[in-house]
Design a protein around this ligand. Structure first.
Ligand SMILES: [Zn+2]
Length: 148
């Protein structure tokens, strides 16, 4: 069973792997930080928050790149930006999600799969929404229309 953990991440409990919720790319072991399997792009904060005063001034409202960098994390397969964090330059990625996989497996052993129409998150790749009339969310189960 795949359990959504964030808007873009899910854990496959059978394989114990992090997976991308957009393209199902296998990111890496769910017992390790997911960021180890993502592409990281350390940005100069002045590219994101442009100076709004003349850069000749000491303070321009743009973050000082000597004090902060903005690190973006991307799925290496579909390119979806999965996380962004502000870190001091040289700081390692934050380990912001760490789950007890054995406890998760025990909890989900007695639960039904999540109805993805009831939670937020990306639309899975390759889904034709025009072929369905139940709203914008993806349906991963099959329907028998008129069989109520
Ligand atoms: Zn992806």
């Amino acid at each position: 069973m795949k359990v959504p953990m964030t808007e873009y991440l899910e854990i496959n409990l059978e394989s114990e792997q992090w997976e991308c919720r957009v393209c199902s790319h296998v990111i890496g072991s769910a017992r390790k930080p997911y960021k180890e399997g993502l592409l990281a792009y350390a940005r100069d904060p002045r590219e994101i928050h442009k100076p709004i005063l003349n850069p000749a001034y000491e303070f321009t409202f743009a973050p000082d790149p000597n004090w902060v960098q903005i690190v973006e994390y991307y799925c290496p397969d579909c390119g979806t930006m999965m996380e962004v964090e502000y870190l001091p330059p040289g700081h390692p990625p934050l380990n912001d999600l760490e789950f007890d996989i054995d406890a998760l497996k025990a909890q989900w052993a007695t639960r039904k799969p999540i109805d993805l129409t009831k939670i937020s998150g990306p639309e899975p790749a390759g889904v034709d929404y025009n072929a369905h009339s139940h709203g914008g969310r993806a349906h991963t189960h099959s329907h028998k229309h008129g069989a109520h």
